[in-house]
Ligand binder design. Structure first.
Ligand code: FAD
Length: 359
């Protein structure tokens, strides 16, 4: 029997498994795999909760140092499954804001110790339409699919077991829980972490935990441009461009609350192509090389639920990371694992409790 069962092998599950394995615990990750592709693969990898100043403090506490946390992780995992230092791209992030909101962004940056300058878009992206905004030099972006592969390879190397199966039922016991697998059979452990992304709510509901969660489909496009053509993340209310170090530029994203399908659509493609060309007109004549979709673990709340599942002993959950699960994952996994191991967390767990929500 493993010390800990982790249900879900997205970014939250893999980072939690790494933290647990680093503490010497034996860990099994159970993941539904291809049947339910992780949002963590589909996401854009922006290491900021988009317009960070629009979010409450509990989200900013999880995310303000995400680029530094991922830098340390990429340094540790470099070389595994082809992961390179440049897969964490120090691109900076330019955000379209004007008037009062520009002042809010500057004052948020000063409060959180993040460097921020007023700058028109043309300073960062030649041939772009003129727009006012702010630029954050220290916010980067992550090539998330490659990081996921590197994490998995590292975990296998550390003796973590992976089981390819969906968990259908969670039956809490005196300590931990017994899990019924869709392919038949059960597994149990004294500690269980439910982090199945958009599907976590289906595991929690039979345990009497009902949170305002929903699936939220998102689509993305990838363009191939010369490296450096888009030097920084360009973020607007209509959408964004994310440059990778090799010249790939991601354009995202659509947002369809309530939709749990994972196929890309013609409507999504047209909407993203129009958005991308509005930010960088030359993209109107470039054919995207990839188009995909993922399902975010949506939530009505602007920050996630992380912690013990009420009414159980040793069962924990992560839910509702919505549009910001990649940026929030390192601090979320740390909080969860500290709680699971009886250590003092560095964040106040009450802010993230599943039992009810303080502000
Ligand atoms: C288009 C798009 C763009 C995005 N861009 C960004 C961004 O730029 N920055 C950012 O921070 N976030 C972004 N996100 C959001 C981010 O990707 C998610 O919030 C995050 O990946 C959620 O991680 P997770 O580990 O909670 O869930 P997931 O990554 O969805 O992983 C859940 C895993 O659980 C498995 N599973 C499900 N049910 C079961 C079950 N019953 N039993 C066993 N396994 C199960 C699934 O197969 C899956 O592998 C984006 C998302 C999308 C879709």
């Amino acid at each position: 029997m493993a010390d800990v069962l982790v249900v879900g092998g997205g970014i939250v599950g893999l980072l939690s498994a790494l933290n647990l394995s680093d503490r010497g615990l034996s860990v099994t990750v159970i993941d539904a795999g291809g049947q339910r592709p992780p949002a963590s693969w589909a996401g854009g990898g922006i290491l900021s909760p988009l317009f960070a100043w629009r979010y409450p403090d509990p989200m900013n506490r999880l995310t303000h140092d995400a680029t530094a946390r991922y830098r340390a992780l990429v340094d540790r995992l470099r070389g595994k499954a082809g992961l390179r230092a440049s897969d964490l791209h120090d691109s900076g992030l330019w955000a379209a804001v004007d008037g009062d909101e520009r002042r809010q962004a500057l004052s948020w940056a000063s409060a959180w110790g993040v460097s921020c300058q007023e700058a028109p878009l043309s300073r960062h992206l030649s041939a772009a339409p003129e727009r006012e905004g702010v630029w954050f030099a220290e916010i980067g972006n992550l090539r998330n699919p490659r990081l996921l592969k590197a994490l998995r390879a590292t975990l296998v190397g550390q003796g973590v077991t992976f089981v390819n199966a969906a968990v259908d039922v969670v039956r809490p016991g005196a300590r931990g829980a017994e899990l019924t697998l869709s392919r038949g059979g059960t597994v149990s452990a004294p500690r269980v972490l439910l982090c199945a992304g958009a599907w976590t709510s289906a595991l929690l509901a039979p345990l009497g935990v009902r949170l305002p969660l929903f699936p939220a489909k998102g689509e993305m496009l990838l363009y191939r441009l010369p490296p450096g053509r888009v030097p920084t993340i360009v973020l607007t209310d209509e959408g964004y461009l994310i440059p990778r170090a090799d010249g790939a530029v991601l354009a995202g994203s659509t947002l369809n609350p309530g939709d749990a399908t994972t196929h890309p659509t013609v409507t999504g493609r047209w909407a993203l192509q129009a958005m991308a060309a509005s930010l960088l007109p030359e993209l109107a004549s470039v054919t995207p090389s990839h188009h995909w979709a993922g399902v975010r673990p949506g939530s009505d709340r602007d920050w996630p639920y992380l912690g013990p599942v009420p009414g159980t002993s040793g069962v924990f959950a992560a839910a509702g990371l919505h549009r910001n699960g990649l940026v929030a994952a390192p601090a979320s996994a740390e909080l969860l694992v500290r709680l699971m191991c009886g250590e003092t967390p560095s964040l106040d767990p009450a802010d993230y409790s599943l039992s009810g929500a303080p502000s």
